[in-house]
Design a protein around this ligand. Structure first.
Ligand SMILES: Cc1cc2nc3c(=O)[nH]c(=O)nc-3n(C[C@H](O)[C@H](O)[C@H](O)COP(=O)(O)OP(=O)(O)OC[C@H]3O[C@@H](n4cnc5c(N)ncnc54)[C@H](O)[C@@H]3O)c2cc1C
Ligand code: SF4
Length: 338
């Protein structure tokens, strides 16, 4: 048993002050990831700053027609919120594809962004892992890497970011609002998570003393033509092998605007503006979807056990885009789709 101190923050400024005052402190929100990591001896904070009672639990409309989601809004509340269901069903669908009802009741919006990889070696303190212990090596590159990344990897780490919600937030081009000792700032979702490079211990560009206060969605919600497709080993309660958030705006049979993000394949939700640009102005058909898939997967590389993910991802992208175009977001058995 490793002892730790516990304190409850009174407000956002107090939370920031408290975390800055202790070198080895961590925020705790729903605790569904952090407590597991503490039990496994992977995270060893000397002090927990409980932020779960801060007033960051509201979903509010913004002047620009978007939504501001407080960092402590539980995943369940967000998925079932009427405005999210009406205007951002892609986000609702992605959240409901994750974890279990009980976990979603506890898990917070901010915590979901900062949940850590599910790489088995990261959890196994008897094995080398650069993310857990920088410089110790990566056990997955030559090891059991079926769940691991095929895009944006480095010699130091091939882990994936495990979230579903984040894949939809990437496609919707959300902004992350944070607060720190020097004030507030906003980070575009694409810049929030990092690729591993030679610092895989850093998952995001959040600074150590910063707290996430909210996630903001722009007005454009792609409510008519979207699909979140999650391919996993079991139908529920499993992390994605590959997931796809696909969102289209159509003009007749042609694509006016397209968004495409992948989960389960990289250290962050994977997007490539070139793949999305290639869809604009094209007929919404399998040829265009296949070309976009090839562009999005350009440079994909397997590490042995996960080689299958490259073809799986290609097929999943085409299927998700087809489902989005047909406005059948959850279609499971369309025979025309490979
Ligand atoms: C068995 C199991 C299955 C799961 N399956 C899925 C799945 O299929 N898909 C999926 O997406 N997720 C899945 N999850 C993960 C789950 O969604 C996350 O654990 C959850 O979203 C984390 O939120 P939390 O509030 O509990 O975070 P916590 O555990 O409280 O915190 C996680 C991290 O975020 C930091 N943090 C939390 N809030 C803030 C904030 N506002 N500002 C700054 N730092 C903060 C904490 O310090 C900590 O480092 C699963 C989890 C479990 C246990
Ligand atoms: S893939 Fe990353 S998290 Fe997994 S063992 Fe290698 S360094 Fe650690």
């Amino acid at each position: 048993m490793i002892n730790f101190q516990y304190a409850r923050a009174d407000d956002v400024a107090d939370a920031v002050r408290r975390i800055a005052a202790h070198g080895n402190a961590k925020f705790i929100a729903g605790g569904t990831n952090l407590i597991d990591l503490m039990k496994a001896n992977v995270e060893r904070p000397a002090r927990l700053i409980d932020i779960s009672r801060l007033p960051l639990d509201r979903v509010e409309e913004t002047k620009g027609g978007g939504l501001r989601i407080g960092a402590l809004v539980p995943n369940s509340d967000l998925a079932w919120h009427p405005l999210v269901q009406q205007r951002y069903p892609l986000l609702s669908s992605a959240i409901l594809a994750g974890a279990s009802a009980q976990l979603r009741n506890m898990a917070s919006t901010g915590g979901n962004l900062l949940q850590r990889t599910r790489c088995l070696y990261f959890y196994d303190t008897a094995t080398p892992c650069n993310k857990r212990e920088p410089g110790s090596g990566c056990s997955a590159i030559e090891g059991l890497n079926r769940m691991h990344a095929i895009l944006g990897t480095s010699k130091a780490c091939i882990a994936t970011h495990p979230a579903d919600m984040c894949v939809a937030l990437a496609a919707l081009e959300a902004m992350v609002h944070v607060s720190g000792l020097t004030g507030e700032r906003s980070i575009a979702f694409a810049d929030f998570h990092r690729l591993p490079g030679d610092t895989p211990q850093r998952d995001s560009n959040l600074e150590p003393n910063e707290i996430i206060t909210a996630v903001e969605l722009p007005a454009r919600g792609f409510a008519a033509n979207y699909s979140y497709l999650k391919i996993r080993d079991r139908l529920s309660y499993a992390f994605a092998l590959v997931s796809v958030a696909a969102a289209l705006e159509l003009d007749g049979g042609n694509i006016k605007e397209a968004r495409l993000a992948l989960g389960g394949v990289a250290h962050k939700p994977w997007r490539n503006p070139v793949a999305e640009a290639a869809l604009r102005g094209k007929a919404a058909d399998e040829a265009a979807f296949g070309q976009a898939a090839d562009l999005l997967l350009r440079g994909a590389k397997g590490y042995g056990h996960n080689d299958f993910k490259i073809e799986l991802a290609r097929r999943a992208i085409i299927r998700a885009l087809t489902q989005a175009a047909r406005a059948t977001p959850q279609s499971q058995s369309d025979k025309k789709i490979r």
